[in-house]
Design a binder for this molecule. Structure first.
Ligand SMILES: NC(=O)c1ccc[n+]([C@@H]2O[C@H](COP(=O)([O-])OP(=O)(O)OC[C@H]3O[C@@H](n4cnc5c(N)ncnc54)[C@H](OP(=O)(O)O)[C@@H]3O)[C@@H](O)[C@H]2O)c1
Length: 164
């Protein structure tokens, strides 16, 4: 199973402010929904509290609060990266999409195989960011859209899942 980060990043590296995303890029939102729906996603509790579950996907919500339970059959709370990956594998997906926010991208980054980064021309000073990819990540493809560029990065040396 491939682990993918899917994110929209401003020019500053910021991805959000006050618990939400202060921009509208409908074309990016459409490609994001197409990319993530249908297979499991993992999302941070703070981001999930502000969104509707992704349609047709098992939504795995990462939290340290072991008392949380979901009242939606496509939502499950998980308490560790290892639990998220194990549940996604048991669900039979080929892909686990990491859909944020900042804390969850950071937690999964060493184990992430591929990152789909929408580069938006926004000068946002936010309070959540996407981690710097750095050495070991290669650009595999660039897709030009009208208002932004989607860059697909590949991690040459993801950490073994045994270290999750
Ligand atoms: N631009 C984009 O593509 C994009 C995508 C998604 C989100 N966002 C933005 O990102 C911002 C939110 O990011 P954030 O970093 O504040 O929060 P977050 O990553 O959404 O959620 C953080 C929470 O996840 C849980 N968590 C994280 N790592 C964990 C671990 N290893 N084990 C157990 N639980 C763990 C904790 O929940 P508990 O506190 O319950 O323990 C933590 O407080 C918002 O502004 C949102 O709109 C942007």
């Amino acid at each position: 199973m491939e682990i993918r980060a899917v994110v929209a990043v401003s020019r500053t590296g910021a991805i959000g402010l006050d618990g939400s995303v202060p921009w509208e890029y409908p074309e990016d939102f459409r490609q994001y929904k197409r990319r993530v729906r249908g297979s499991p996603v993992v999302v941070g509790r703070r981001t999930f509290d502000q969104m509707d579950p992704i349609d047709d996907s098992l939504n795995l919500v990462l939290t340290s609060d072991e008392s949380r339970t979901a009242d939606h059959d496509r939502v499950q709370y998980v308490n560790s990266r290892a639990e998220a990956v194990s549940v996604a594998e048991d669900a039979g997906g080929d892909v686990l999409s990491v859909i944020g926010g900042g804390g969850v991208y950071r937690a999964f980054l060493p184990f992430t195989d591929r990152a789909f980064v929408s580069e938006l021309p926004e000068p946002l000073e936010g309070d959540a960011d996407f981690p710097y990819l750095g050495a070991g990540w290669e650009v595999a493809e660039r897709h030009e859209f009208d208002r932004f560029t989607l860059v697909e990065h590949v991690n040459e040396h993801p950490k073994p899942r045994s270290e999750l």
